[in-house]
Design a protein. Structure first.
Length: 653
């Protein structure tokens, strides 16, 4: 008979199951049958999803709302007597929320992949990597301290590298995986330096402050870093770098890591190219894993960001990325790239919602987590729906599709549900979470960011219905589109499940569960007219899209011709990839890396080679003294004695 908190006490099983199946398939990858490998790893992820849902029921049924628990941990690293790092499980509202999101989306992606990846070379390898990805993200979500999070943070990066580059025989896929890995490594360098700064001073304060908590915490623990006494000590640090307080600098560096993972501007360039991986991987990356990790990091360390006055950077970068990506999405023709820029824009929503929140008015924090929750389902549905379309027509370009509503009716309905959800149309999930963010921006008097969010709401409806109308309406534009058909139930069932969540997730009272200060009720928000205005803006975006992309296509050509160079710049993503290539090749490689390489090759290696050459030549000369002839040794002996006598005589005369 299980106790009511059985899953809570054994929460470590949720990430352990994907790890176990990854090890089994990875170790026996050449002998295990493909169907057994796919079924086994999928079954384990479904069990993890059931456990995560059970954990949510147990946790949110506790009498105390919002309490933080560490039901399982062990000592991982010991540095000295009072400094160690625990590996464990942290259970609190946002970790439980992410557990549910990650496991449900992962289960849908696994089931979908069984059919989608059928016949692909490396079928077992794909599922092994997908389980590693799931385990890495779950370990990151459950991390109770910065060091454990950093380890799983890098594991998430490795997993994405392996899956984006799954088709390693395609140069574009290899380039995309390297691009994602390198860009995020630069960002993670900032994250690592920030962790070192917090850890160094956190340990100093750890020896001075007695928190009086009923359980032991360490300097790297999130529960320690978020304590008011510790934050006050950090804020009093007299050290500054270039006029920026060290505490603020440390949090900006940590945000640099979050911005890299969540592809915030200007570290956004890797995400659109990540579409080179299999489409189910794109759904997983964009909905519940890698890009969500950056938002989760900021939410996890929100009290620290607030104390360091680093939230304005989060807000402004998020708002700019939100608008920047939405504008680019309006001109892209690859269905997966449109969805990729859509993800960038929606992540910008989540980031600026966190940035405008405060400890006294945490509405933006709750709204961000709410949007993360709903976005995961309709974005996964959009990508898997796009995957079903690509699977049918064998093309990514929307202008090679058309007329699929009649040939793929079930896929069409689910894709339309997701499109309505992301566009913010009532009663779909995106309507509720998007409006919570806009309400939070308005009530916090961040009117500039509110206007940006409102404009992006209209742009989102425009570009999402653009791909919907072009893909599903009208007549087929290719032979493949004329003969398209529905996929099997293994692909349709995940679409149906995600469509259901895309409808009902908005009705979940997230604000009752996800709070910063459980004992304090959030202040009443103003701006009750915001949902009406945002709905009108979204409907206007849909109407504009209908006007341009149904019927006469000459309208699109005329407007693009009138925009001229601006349209071309937007279509080429403002040439940021080209700018980065110039910076890396002409500046970093030619002006910095090549001179350093020349110095290393000629000065450092040359010095070492010169010492070896001198030693070799000296040994050749000295070897002649060791001839083995007694006459030579006698001559040198007599000459040496005579030379010594001459030296003594010269000194004494």
């Amino acid at each position: 008979m299980f106790s009511t908190d059985f899953i809570l006490r054994h929460a470590w099983l949720i990430p352990a199951l994907p790890l176990f199946s990854f090890l089994c398939v990875g170790l026996f990858i050449r002998v295990i049958p493909e169907k057994l490998a796919a079924a086994g790893v999928t079954f384990n992820v479904f069990v993890s999803a059931l456990l995560a849902c059970g954990l949510a029921c147990e946790y949110f049924s506790l009498p105390v709302r919002g309490v933080s628990l560490i039901p399982w941990s062990f000592e991982w690293l010991t540095y000295q007597q009072n400094l160690s790092v625990q590996m464990g499980v942290l259970i609190d509202p946002i970790s439980v929320l992410l557990l549910v999101v990650v496991t449900i989306v992962s289960a849908c992606v696994h089931l979908y992949s069984i059919e989608y990846m059928k016949g692909e070379k490396g079928y077992r390898r794909y599922f092994a990597f997908l389980n590693l990805f799931t385990f890495s993200m779950l370990g990151l979500v459950l991390a109770p301290n910065l060091l454990q999070m950093y380890v799983f943070w890098e594991l998430v990066g490795v997993s994405s590298f392996l899956l984006i580059g799954f088709y390693y025989d395609r140069p574009a896929a290899v380039a995309a995986s390297k691009k994602a890995f390198i860009v995020t490594r630069f960002a993670d360098l900032g994250f690592f330096i920030g962790v070192l700064i917090l850890g160094y001073y956190g340990y100093q304060f750890y020896q001075e402050i007695s928190l009086g908590l009923p359980f032991k915490i360490q300097p790297f623990d999130f529960l320690y870093l978020s304590q008011p006494a510790v934050l006050e000590k950090f804020s009093e640090l007299p050290i500054a770098f270039l006029g920026v307080p060290l505490f603020t600098l440390a949090m900006i560096l940590i945000y640099m890591g979050a911005a890299g993972k969540s592809a915030m501007f200007p570290l956004h360039i890797w995400l659109p190219d990540a579409m080179e991986g299999p489409t189910p991987v794109s759904a997983f990356i964009h909905a519940a894993t890698m890009v969500v990790a950056g938002v989760y990091l900021v939410a996890r360390m929100f009290p620290v960001f607030a104390a360091a006055d680093a939230l304005p950077a989060v807000a402004y970068v998020g708002a700019f990325t939100c608008l920047f990506a939405a504008v680019i999405a309006c001109t892209q023709d690859d269905i997966k790239r449109v969805l990729a820029f859509s993800t960038l824009s929606q992540l910008g929503y989540m980031m600026f919602a966190l940035g405008i929140a405060t400890l006294k008015n945490p509405a933006g924090y709750t709204a961000s987590m709410f949007h993360l929750f709903t976005h995961a389902f309709f974005k996964a549905l959009l990508f898997l729906g796009a995957g079903a379309v690509i699977h049918a027509v064998h093309r990514n370009e929307i202008w090679s599709m058309g007329g699929l509503a009649r040939r793929m009716k079930k896929t069409h309905i689910t894709f339309l549900i997701a499109t309505l959800a992301i566009s913010g149309i009532w009663p779909f999930a995106g309507f509720f979470s998007k409006d919570e963010i806009l309400l939070a921006a308005f009530s916090s008097e961040s009117y500039g960011i509110f206007i940006v969010g409102l404009l992006v709401a209209g742009l989102t409806a425009f570009y999402m219905f653009r791909i919907y109308f072009v893909t599903f309406w009208g007549s087929p534009r290719s032979a493949e589109a004329s003969h398209a058909h529905e996929p099997s139930w293994k692909m349709l069932l995940p679409l149906g499940v995600l469509a259901l969540f895309s409808i009902v997730a908005g009705f979940v009272p997230v604000e009752h569960y996800i709070t910063l200060t459980p004992s304090v009720s959030p202040p009443e928000e103003k701006g009750g007219f915001v949902p009406l205005i945002s709905s009108l803006v979204a409907v206007s975006g849909i109407a504009l899209s209908w006007f341009f992309y149904t019927g006469n296509q000459e309208r699109v050509k005329k407007i693009s011709h009138k925009l001229g160079w601006l349209y071309l710049a937007i279509k080429h993503k403002f040439y940021f990839d080209e700018i980065y290539l110039v910076i890396t090749r002409q500046v970093i490689f030619r002006r910095i890396a090549f001179p350093i390489a020349w110095f290393d090759r000629n000065a450092v290696d040359g010095g070492v080679n010169m010492s070896g050459w001198l030693t070799q030549r000296a040994s050749v000369v000295l070897s002649r003294l060791q001839s083995g002839q007694m006459q030579t040794y006698g001559t040198w002996f007599v000459g040496g004695v005579f030379g010594i006598f001459l030296i003594i005589w010269w000194i004494l005369k």
